[in-house]
Design a protein around this ligand. Structure first.
Ligand SMILES: [Zn+2]
Length: 725
């Protein structure tokens, strides 16, 4: 599961390099391994074994990143798929009457090699990629799609599941096993298990086409984003950037062989962080346009044809499965359940948000007018004048704040501290676990009783070969059945300091750390028998609930005062400055929420196209969708445009981008519960752990929330937090 933060409006680079392969640590792995001293004399060197094919013997089965090479992945994927198909066929062909054990437990135990390969690959491909891994990704995507079809569409296997499902009331299963059976049955039906043979063939073809288009989109977008960086040949044009940022731009140019110039790499969102600082309006416009048209240049990296075709294939697939559109199919197993429920929720937020945004635009326009300049506010002006307004209103200067947020200190005295106060966790750094890049730090996590809970990897700094955004994932998932404990990583894209300098991060970065660690807690507290129901394996519109919930503790006074200290002097942040940060929290929310709503509605529009509609002109369709949804303010473009909307075309958030907002409703409401019940206490933390964080997908997610709070989620606290009420 990939979880790319956006609630924290983080700055993030998208750029998977086409750069040198030597940047991959796996290339540094030694050649043939002979761990024991070779017997002297004539014995030929032992053939090197592929480290992905055996269970790791490192603590917690941590991946041996020091031994894995790029070239290990393709054969390991092939071997893993082959093994799982053999295991699954054996289950399907079992002459014994189907039982829960010989069918579902056996399924849960299948595919362990493939799973391991996939998890290790995901980590490296996302955070430390190179051309070789991109090639593996492109080659394997259609094969993996076919592999999953071969399981979902295996009729003998499905018949066994169906038999068990029909007999479920007489099987006397424990609640988690009962949930597993229902989950398998619904999941198989959802993926076409009940189709005729002819339709199954069609479905396979749609899935294969879709997976090819998806990986094509990802590769084009990564290349386009790298190519879209703004190259500046005159330092004066960078007026407004700090000395550190200018030095970083010079270094970025050097890394690309452009010595003597400056490069501002693009981040994956429409707005770019430098737009808040660049004083030269022409340069701002140029940077914005580089971002906005990155994938619409009519060259090899233009994604428009790819996404139009992908939307069409998805619509046809949904129709084949019996749904009016792709969104209806995709939402069936989500907490929201239907496109109507999503649209109702999102559209209700549009009027108050757009009204706030118009008001904000008016304030910015008056700053422009007062400065004696005569132009109309445009998208490339927004961040710049918003920053001026922020300073005027709250006297808040990012450079004043950052010395209080040194990254290691925020992690240990903020993120870890909050987890200790709420849940009793403790952490100890381990230097003996291999990592894929020297920037990565590993910690062992201990439970409240001092027992080991798992391993946590922190990979916080931006690299040219890392995808943009921030995310959490597992390297090893928790399962009592498999006897595994969680191994989890958090990846972010914070600016890396020059050697010897402290890593000072922004307030947005701080909340991003808490966010990603909230996902990690959901993974660490997993307490499931079955891997399929474990930890963060929940619906998209629930999975961002624990992460966004954890963001609240970043500004909770007891926690904030514990970490917000000057990196040089250790002095706590002055009270007035801290108060300004908290007061500024509702600043610019019309814009911030507006760009999210706009992107969510674009996502829904693309995925509600009926199958028989002709192929769309992407720009026309986008303009019309924004207009129809009343989110077409010229100075407020969507957070992602259709043609570079990674979440929905490449990352599995198709018809799912609304989930960030939906879960914001859940997390603000749950935080309200904490506020009503004494705030940060071990007892409250334990309750949240017992009723939400440790439950994985073991029961209906709406019921889980209701049991915790005693009522259905309400949108009031979210509107209050956003300053819209
Ligand atoms: Zn997240």
């Amino acid at each position: 599961m990939r979880t790319i933060t956006l609630a924290a409006a983080i700055a993030a680079v998208v750029a998977v390099s086409g750069c040198s392969q030597s940047s991959s640590p796996s290339d540094k792995a030694a050649g043939p391994q002979a761990s024991a001293p070779a017997p002297s004399g004539s014995a030929p060197a032992k053939t090197r074994e592929n480290p992905l094919l055996t269970k790791s013997d490192l603590p917690f089965q941590a991946p041996p990143f020091d031994k894995i090479k790029d070239s290990d992945f393709a054969p390991a994927f092939e071997q893993g798929m082959k093994e799982q198909l053999t295991e699954v066929q054996k289950i399907a062909d079992n002459p014994d009457k189907p039982t829960f054990d010989n069918t579902l437990v056996a399924m849960e135990k299948s595919g362990q090699t493939l799973n391991r390969v996939q998890m290790d690959f995901n980590a490296l491909f996302s955070a430390n990629s190179d051309d070789a891994l991109s090639k593996v990704n492109e080659d394997m995507a259609p094969k993996l799609a076919a592999h999953s079809d071969a399981i979902y569409l295996n009729d003998k296997l499905f018949q066994r599941i169906q038999t068990l499902y029909n007999e479920r009331d007489s099987l006397k299963l424990d609640p988690e096993s009962e949930r597993l059976l229902e989950w398998y049955y619904n999941d198989f039906v959802h993926h076409g298990a009940k189709l005729s043979d002819a339709d199954k063939t069609k479905l396979k073809s749609f899935n294969e086409q879709a997976s090819k288009l998806e990986s094509q989109f990802v590769n084009k977008l990564l290349a386009a984003t790298k190519a879209g960086a703004l190259v500046v040949d005159d330092k004066s044009k960078l007026d407004g950037l700090s000395e550190g940022e200018i030095a970083a731009a010079a270094q970025a140019a050097k890394d690309r062989g452009l010595d003597g110039k400056w490069v501002l790499p693009l981040q994956n969102t429409t707005q770019q962080p430098a737009l808040a600082e660049l004083t030269n309006r022409d340069v701002r416009k140029q940077l914005f346009e580089n971002s906005y048209t990155r994938t619409e240049k009519g060259d090899a990296n233009d994604t428009r044809k790819t996404i139009a075709e992908l939307a069409k294939v998805r619509a046809e697939k949904a129709k084949l499965l019996g749904y009016p559109n792709y969104a209806a199919w995709k939402l069936e197993d989500q907490m929201a359940k239907t496109p109507d429920a999503v649209l109702k929720f999102v559209r209700a937020l549009v009027p108050p948000t757009m009204a706030k945004a118009r008001h904000e635009a008016g304030e910015l326009q008056s700053i422009i007018d007062k400065s004696g300049k005569h132009f109309k506010l445009q998208a490339w002006d927004w961040e710049f004048y918003a920053e001026k307004l922020r300073k005027a209103k709250y006297d808040l200067d990012q450079d004043q704040i950052k010395p209080y947020f040194e990254v290691d200190n925020v992690l240990k005295n903020g993120v870890f501290y909050a987890a200790h106060e709420l849940y009793g966790l403790t952490f100890k750094e381990r230097k003996d676990i291999p990592v894929y890049n020297p920037d990565v730090k590993v910690f062992e996590v201990f439970d409240k009783d001092g027992k080991p809970l798992g391993l946590f990897y922190a990979d916080y700094f931006k690299r040219d070969n890392k995808q943009g955004g921030a995310w959490m994932d597992n390297l090893v998932g928790q399962s009592k059945l498999l006897g595994t404990k969680p191994v989890i990583y958090n990846v972010c894209n914070f600016t890396k300091p020059a050697p010897g300098q402290p890593a000072l991060i922004s307030w947005d970065d701080v909340t991003t750390m808490f966010h990603e660690f909230g996902h990690a807690l959901h993974g660490f507290f997993a307490s499931q028998q079955y891997p399929s129901l474990s930890g963060t394996n929940v619906a998209r519109d629930f999975v961002e609930f624990p992460s966004q919930f954890n963001e609240h503790w970043a500004s909770y006074p007891q926690v904030f005062n514990h970490y917000a200290k000057n990196y040089k002097t250790g002095e706590p942040m002055p009270k007035e400055l801290a108060a300004k940060i908290h007061k500024a929290a509702t600043f610019n929310q019309g814009y911030d929420l507006g760009e999210l709503l706009s992107a969510s509605l674009l996502d829904m529009s693309w995925h509600m196209i009926p199958a028989d509609a002709p192929l769309k002109d992407v720009d026309q369709f986008e303009a019309q969708a924004l207009k129809d949804n009343h989110t077409d303010l010229s100075y407020l473009p969507p957070r992602y445009r259709s043609s570079y909307f990674m979440h929905i075309w490449g990352n599995g958030y198709s018809a799912g981008y609304y989930a960030y907002l939906w879960t914001e409703m859940l997390d603000d409401d749950a935080y309200q519960w904490f506020e009503n019940h004494g705030g940060m206490t071990r007892a409250n933390g334990q309750r949240f752990r017992d009723m939400i964080l440790s439950r994985g997908n073991t029961e209906d997610l709406g019921k889980m929330f209701r049991d915790f709070y005693g009522k259905d989620p309400e949108v009031g606290p979210m509107l209050k937090d956003r300053g819209l009420k």
